[in-house]
Write a protein that binds this ligand. Sequence first.
Ligand SMILES: [Zn+2]
Length: 305
Amino acid sequence: MSDIHEKNSKAFLQAIEAIQRLRASVTNVFDQLKDGKKMPTDGNTKERAFLSELQAGLMLVTTEFEQFEKQALTLPKWTEVPPLGNTSLLSLDPITDRLSFYHEALEAYKWSDKMREHSNLSALLLSQSISKRSSSVGPHSNKRKRPPITSHAIAPDVVDAITLSIDQHFTDLTIQRIQVSPYVLQVTLSRTFQAIIVLRGLLIERVIVKATHENVTREDGSPDCWTPSKYLVFQKITDHVTATMLHYHYPNSPEIALKQFMNWLRSYNKLFSTPCKRCGKYLQDNLPPTHRDLRKHEPYHESCR
Ligand SMILES: [Zn+2]
């Protein structure tokens, strides 16, 4: 074993010497170049001498580099091997046919590490999955197994058909599709207001309520799903509608949820001519009743609910 160590350290020493010679030759070339700039340009012979000197310097760099490369190939490869506790002693075994054993062990460790990493990740993903969370927990999980939720991945033409049926069913609502991806609807409620509804499949993702004369698209024609209405009354209604949107969230029957939400939205139809159910007034703080109750769809002022 000591023989091998001696051989190795000798090889390293020689490699270090080779790299030192290489560095010295490169420094020499740069020095030559630096001094060459100071030379007067009129001396033709001086210029030629400089060029041949530079050439010789570059040749030396090439030779030194080749020598270093050769030296590097003779270096033992055990420096690449990461230490692995006592097992790493195997790599120092001088008997050559046992040397591969350590490398194989390393490969096996790497493989098992990767597998553990992948299985941890898969377990995490599976535990986060909604369908698993809601259906396979508890002793009777098999009996109550629900179908996987696909309501976020419904083709646009199916959504078109459903929104058309809602549009025909509720005469006071006009539904228009203004963008397919993401699916954006412009819903106009008589002459009261209009709402921009962003859908993912059939799930409502965002609703903004604006006055009928306010812009719902940008200059380039794309829907403006972020700019709020400039009127306080529609800002209040947007807040309230957003809260209700979460109430009508049935991922397993999204079509019914969408219909019920649209039906609830219709309760705003006579927004400015319906008194509050509690105080009986039309206006409070200069606002009409902007709240609608979820069961009977009755109007309330924000502070009267
Ligand atoms: Zn009131």
